[in-house]
Structure formats: structure tokens, C-alpha cells
Design a protein around this ligand. Structure first.
Ligand code: NAD
Length: 362
């Protein structure tokens, strides 16, 4: 069986980090006897320059045909002057909508060696491994009616609508229960069910679903308490599931717990487990093309691609073990070389080499 993987390097450091992730995927495919066919297409600023739009038709056709998409990053100062509707970031919104990617997975993993990069005490975060599951295509960001209008009394009013129907809640809930089942078997659903009806329904549906997953322990937290617990004792969590707005905020809190933007992967999935995998960081134009970018967030995104879209858990585990091993041997790119680190830092390609060498031992 051939797995079709579409690479969208994008702008800035995107091509630098995608090149290393492709090398790692190729090596892991050899080890596990997987047949991965890579294709490559344009997105973002480069697509605007060459095709006149950030998500061209040729890219759309390949993305729809692929089993999974691995993206670098989009954007840069040369496109900042364009109107909001024509900017490189529109390419990201377009591909998410086109592939109906309603489920965003953001792991916050802090390798023990990097614990000093966190803003919290090391003992609170060393070894942190949580997963935030965020609904991505519904809720208050998309609900109608919305807008700013002038009322009859002449006062301007802004309005948004938070809404979910039970099928939308059920499909994200199922993915969260499945993810918890593959991990430590604990799922915390985050809502504001003491105030908001939309999240009362959210809680009811999560409770209904839990009878299908007797092996997963379901708990509930109000979002204000969840935010406090994330900075008080983050290691108490395994998987958190929540709606679009709360997920946006909580996943950024969780990202800050790790302190290293160059280390954070993400995945956005549709109901057929097709996914868009990308590092959380942007295109870092300040270091693009200089062999300075940390490729580990993209390499860890490639591991998620193996786990969720190719269903190759052993290959995913092996990539993650290789990254852990590289860090434990003291290899660092410049962005994660703070604290007590005194050795020489590695460039982007050398970090890719180190992960590939570690794969053979992992
Ligand atoms: P950024 O994440 O690109 O960079 C922030 C800082 O972190 C910079 O100093 C950068 O050098 C550093 N950094 C980021 N990734 C790194 C890596 N892998 N290795 C080493 N250092 C790294 O955020 P920004 O500066 O706010 O945005 C730059 C451009 O990226 C903008 O055009 C923005 O719109 C775009 N952006 C794109 C995405 C995306 O494609 N998903 C996300 C965020 C920002």
C-alpha cells in the first residue's frame, strides 16, 4: 500500500525544516518497510508570487488526493503589505476549510533536558506530556449571526454566536476518546457548563459518549479552573478536549509551559483521519535559509503524521524516541541551547543527521 504524503514547504524556514523531516520520514519508511510517495506543492507567499494565490488549484488537487499533508510555514515581510484577504496566511485557512479539518491536536511535551526553558519551576514541567484536542471549525469563531451594527438607539454593538450541534460535539469527542485510549486513558473535557448552554450540551454529549469508552476515565473542568490547573500542576492532565475558543487559549498556555517554540508539533484531522501536520512556529524570516532553524517541531509533526494518518504507531514512536535520544546526548540547535548548555550548537541539517543516526538505535 502506497501512502501519499504531500509536502508544502511554504516560506521562510519552511523549506529548511521540511527537508529534514522528509529525510527522517524516508529513513523510517525504509526501516518499517513502508511505501511513502512524496509530492510537493506551493502554498503561502511563494504560491502568491508564482501562481497568484496562496492556495492554488494545483495544490488543492494534490492535497485532496493525499493521505496526509506536511507543511512548513507561511508568511514573511515581503507579503505584509497585501490586503488581509490576499495574504499568505489565507492559504492555511483555505486548506483547513477545504479538507474539513475539524480536529486540532496540540501535544505539549517537555523533554526533561529542556525543562529550564519553561517559565514554571522545572519540577512542575519536566517530563510533561499532555495533548490538547481543540474543535477547529465551529463554535464562536464561525457562529452566525455575527458582526458590528448600529442599534436603533444609535449605539454600536458587536455580536458573535457560540453554537455547536450535537453531531459536531460527538465527532470531536470521539477523536479525543480515541486519542486518550492510545495514551494514558484519561480525558478531561473543558467547558463553562455553569453559565453557557452551548457547553451544557457539550458536557452531556461527552458524558453520553463515555459509555462507549469504558477504558477511558472522563472528567470535566470549567475553563477558568482548567487554565489555573494548567499552570499550577500541568502534569495532572493526559488529554484535554474543548471547543474552538477555549482550545485556542488553553493550547497557547500549554505551549508556553514548554518554553521552546522550535519543539512544538501539531496536527489537524478530518473524519477520515486525513491530516495537515505542521510545526506551531511561524516562518522565522530572520533565520530563513541560514541553516539555523530547529527542525525538531517538524520532525515531531512527521511522527504525528505516521501515528494518525498512516496508522503506523511503531514508526511514530521510533521518531519520538530518536528525538529524545538526540536531546539526551546533548545535541542542541541555537534556540534550545539556553541554560547550562556549553557545547557547540548544531545547524538544521546536522540536527536532521543526528535524528537519522538515532533512529537506527531507537
Ligand atoms: P515565528 O514563529 O516565525 O518566529 C518567532 C521567533 O522564534 C523568531 O525569533 C524566530 O527566529 C524564532 N523561531 C521560530 N521557529 C524557529 C525554529 N524552528 N528554530 C529556531 N528559531 C525559531 O513568529 P513571527 O516572527 O511572529 O512570524 C514570522 C512570520 O511567520 C509572519 O509572517 C507570520 O505571519 C508567520 N506565521 C506563520 C505561521 C504558520 O505558518 N503556521 C504561524 C505563525 C506565524
Amino acid at each position: 500500500m502506497t501512502h501519499r504524503v504531500l509536502l508544502l514547504p511554504g516560506d521562510g524556514i519552511g523549506p529548511d525544516v521540511i527537508e529534514q523531516a522528509k529525510r527522517v520520514l524516508s529513513r523510517v519508511a525504509d526501516i518499517h518497510g513502508l511505501d511513502i510517495a512524496f509530492e510537493e506543492a506551493l502554498i503561502g507567499g511563494k504560491a502568491i508570487d508564482l501562481e497568484g494565490q496562496p492556495y492554488p488549484e494545483s495544490t488543492r488537487a494534490l492535497a485532496r488526493a493525499a493521505d496526509a499533508v506536511l507543511l512548513g510555514a507561511v508568511g514573511g515581510p515581503q507579503w505584509d503589505g497585501l490586503p488581509a484577504g490576499d495574504r499568505p496566511e489565507r492559504g492555511l485557512l483555505a486548506i483547513r476549510a477545504d479538507l474539513d479539518l475539524f480536529c486540532n491536536l496540540r501535544p505539549a511535551i517537555l523533554f526533561p533536558e529542556l525543562a529550564s526553558a519553561s517559565s514554571l519551576h522545572s519540577h512542575l514541567v519536566a517530563g510533561l506530556d499532555i495533548l490538547i484536542v481543540r474543535e477547529l471549525t465551529g463554535g464562536i469563531y464561525f457562529g452566525e449571526p455575527r458582526g458590528i451594527h448600529v442599534r436603533e438607539d444609535g449605539i454600536r454593538e458587536g455580536l458573535n454566536t457560540d453554537r455547536y450541534d450535537e453531531s459536531e460535539i460527538r465527532r470531536i469527542g470521539k477523536l479525543a476518546f480515541e486519542a486518550a485510549r492510545k495514551r494514558d486513558g484519561r480525558l478531561c473535557s473543558v467547558d463553562k457548563a455553569n453559565v453557557l448552554e452551548v457547553t451544557m450540551l457539550w458536557r452531556e454529549v461527552m458524558q453520553d459518549l463515555s459509555s462507549d469508552y469504558p477504558d477511558v476515565e472522563l472528567s470535566h473542568l470549567y475553563v477558568d479552573n482548567a487554565a489555573m490547573q494548567l499552570v499550577r500542576e500541568p502534569k495532572q492532565f493526559d488529554v484535554l478536549v474543548t471547543g474552538n475558543l477555549f482550545g485556542d487559549i488553553l493550547s497557547d498556555i500549554a505551549a508556553m509551559l514548554t518554553g521552546s517554540i522550535g519543539m512544538l508539533p501539531s496536527a489537524s484531522l478530518n473524519s477520515q483521519s486525513k491530516g495537515l501536520y505542521e510545526p506551531v512556529h511561524g516562518s522565522a524570516p530572520d533565520i530563513a535559509g541560514q541553516d539555523l532553524a530547529n527542525p525538531l517541531a517538524t520532525i515531531l509533526s512527521a511522527a504525528m503524521l505516521c501515528r494518525y494518518s498512516l496508522r503506523q504507531g511503531a514508526a511514530a514512536d521510533q521518531i519520538e524516541r530518536a528525538v529524545a535520544s538526540v536531546l539526551s546526548h546533548g545535541h542542541r540547535t541555537g534556540d534550545i541551547a539556553g541554560g547550562n548548555f556549553t557545547g557547540a550548537t548544531l545547524g538544521t541539517a546536522a540536527m536532521g543527521d543526528a535524528v537519522i543516526a538515532a533512529l537506527d538505535e531507537a
